[in-house]
Design a protein around this ligand. Structure first.
Ligand code: NAG
Ligand code: NAG
Length: 183
């Protein structure tokens, strides 16, 4: 429960920092995906060059999925060391979510990043090709985030198995103050 209260605090802070949001830019470093071959035969997970602020995903589902959840974890470095510490960890039922039963405001922000393709995140989820171009997490991420490195893990799962795991690393920087360090 302490974690939930922390989340509320973060959402509160986010609403207080709209100006910071306009300033910071996001750059992705890595985007890794692992799929369950029983459900997804092919996938693409791409960071869009040259700005590296957007990502795209394509998934070929070879089985229908009637019900699934998404988990979202956000990690930031724990000072003074560079080790990542988990700051957000949510698990939402996508079917409930699509019906407008919003359990987690933070997850709403994430799903918004999918833009129009967000409607493809619903139940049931028939087999076929799903394309999510130009996912803009930066635009929708809460502004409480300072200039920092971060890591996101987002997984899609049914009650029986994991379908699709993603891991992303990137950083937020102030484009006025400095050029992004790309290493
Ligand atoms: C996804 O991650 C979960 C939990 O870390 C793991 O148990 C599962 O095997 C992974 N699934 C795939 C398809 O790699
Ligand atoms: C899916 O999310 C709901 C709501 O958070 C949770 O109660 C349920 O246990 C989750 N199911 C799985 C398979 O993680």
């Amino acid at each position: 429960m302490a974690q939930f209260q922390f989340l509320i605090l973060l959402i509160f802070l986010a609403s207080q920092c709209e100006s910071a949001k306009a300033r910071l830019k996001l750059m992705w470093r890595t985007f890794d995906c692992v799929t369950n071959p029983d459900y997804i035969s092919e996938h693409k997970c791409i960071i869009i060059e040259p700005e590296k602020s957007l990502i795209s995903t394509e998934l070929q589902y070879i089985k229908d999925v009637t019900k699934f959840n998404a988990t979202f974890k956000l990690f930031m470095p724990r000072k003074p060391s560079r080790n990542f510490q988990k700051v957000i960890d949510v698990n939402v039922d996508i079917c409930q979510f699509a019906k407008g039963i919003h359990g987690h405001r933070f997850m709403t922000i994430v799903i918004k990043a999918f833009g129009k393709q967000g409607s493809q995140l619903k139940c049931p989820h028939p087999k076929g090709l799903y394309v999510y171009p130009n996912i803009n997490i930066a635009e929708n991420l809460p502004a409480f985030l300072p200039e920092t490195d971060f890591k996101i893990e987002m997984n899609f799962l049914t009650s029986e198995t994991h379908l699709f795991n993603t891991s992303l690393t990137g950083f937020l920087f102030d484009p006025i103050k400095r050029k992004p360090k790309t290493t």
